[in-house]
Write a protein that binds this ligand. Structure first.
Ligand SMILES: Nc1ncnc2c1ncn2[C@@H]1O[C@H](COP(=O)(O)OP(=O)(O)OP(=O)(O)O)[C@@H](O)[C@H]1O
Length: 347
């Protein structure tokens, strides 16, 4: 439904040109929800704004529903954009218009007759659960309600594609979940294809079918969400995955943790499991084989689609040589081993 090919975008020209996007290849199949995740400045906003040509790419093609938008003249582009709805982090509602009038706006601009507009707006307000606030002004609404209005407005002309630019970043966690649930409902009920950008792995985990990781203007990993969580290899991908699992070092340990090994200190490890490693009883093997004890401080194992992945925080109790042998063995079993530091062993 959306296909970006060899897409690059430079800000500035000549020697001063800065490439915010470089050689992007991204395919969003019809009916799917695809997420693009990246840190601040990675190029996410630029990418999503290239899809409806709010930003014109420097090179490459932008196909939406089989039409190359970069080849269209202004009039044809205006028509093609009716196929592409967009919602934003800060909602972008008109403060002088009521909820009803905000949702009606794109239909007025498309010259719909008045009765058809009324019927369509009422239908959309019902869909987003805001019929009772039709006469309210944006200033009288919560953040979640404002985003619902923005979603209704974007859906007015019955687009095939909805672009979501950090649509939940200004919302609290509970409201975020309700907006994500609404987006999923829209995707499933109306069959609308959704491309969203986010800096939160939780959003990807909640509703996306697949995800692309953007880093300094380049997609460095992409795939189905379960695969991504279980198998993505790029260090940045692993960082994002970890950030979504809330695996904290307990406070008393954090305070006692020191960087260098020392006599009477034992290693605190973060073990990352994914793919096949999750089905291997490697820890009990190591314990029996090398005579070490393993104290589990925290654990988080999740399942997305057919993939399981997760982390454990463990202390390794035993002599130094056995600890090293154990770490080497776990690595051999394709478990990600990270030594977070060393803590004094209890007497
Ligand atoms: N109009 C512009 N002129 C020059 N540089 C720009 C312009 N817009 C964005 N950039 C630069 O392009 C890069 C990508 O910006 P972009 O806003 O797309 O990133 P982002 O991933 O959306 O970041 P954030 O999450 O902070 O919004 C950044 O280095 C930014 O400074």
């Amino acid at each position: 439904m959306i296909k970006l090919s060899s897409l690059s975008k430079a800000y500035g020209e000549g020697k001063n040109a800065f490439y915010a996007l470089k050689g992007i290849e991204l395919d969003v199949p019809a009916g799917q929800i695809v997420g693009v995740i990246g840190a601040s400045g990675a190029g996410k906003s630029t990418l999503i704004r290239c899809v409806n040509l709010l930003e014109r790419p420097t090179q490459g093609r932008v196909e939406v529903d089989g039409v190359d938008l970069t080849a269209l003249d202004d009039q044809a582009l205006t028509l093609a954009r009716r196929n592409i709805g967009m919602i934003f982090q800060h909602f972008n509602l008109l403060s002088s218009r009521t909820v009803f009038e905000n949702v009606a706006l794109p239909l007025e601009l498309a010259n719909w007759p008045k009765e058809k507009i009324t019927a369509r707006v009422n239908e959309l307000l019902d869909l987003v659960g805001l019929t009772h606030r039709a006469k309210a002004y944006p200033s009288q609404l919560s953040g979640g309600q404002k985003q619902r209005v923005a979603i209704a407005r974007a859906l007015g002309p019955a687009p095939k594609v909805l672009l979501c630019d950090e649509a939940t970043s200004a919302l609290d966690p509970q409201t975020t979940q309700s907006i994500l649930a609404l987006l999923k409902e829209i995707n499933q009920k109306l069959g609308i294809t959704i491309l969203l950008i986010t800096h939160e792995m939780g959003v990807v985990k909640s509703i996306c079918d697949s995800v692309a990781l953007l880093d300094q203007g380049t997609i460095i990993e992409q795939g189905e969400v379960g695969w991504f969580f279980a198998h993505a290899q790029a260090p940045l991908a692993k960082e994002f995955i970890r950030s979504s699992l809330h695996l904290e070092i307990p406070a008393p340990y954090r305070e006692r943790l020191q960087k260098a090994p020392a006599d009477g200190f034992i290693p605190l490890l973060r073990l990352g499991f994914s793919g096949n490693t999750i089905d291997t009883p490697a820890i009990s093997h190591a314990s029996r084989q090398f005579g070490i004890d393993v104290n589990i401080l925290s654990a988080s194992i999740e399942q997305i689609g057919h993939s399981r992945f997760g982390f454990l925080l463990v202390e390794l109790l035993g002599d130094a040589a056995a600890q090293q042998t154990t770490i080497a063995y776990l690595q051999q079993q394709q478990i990600d081993v990270e030594v977070l530091g060393y803590v004094q062993q209890h007497a």
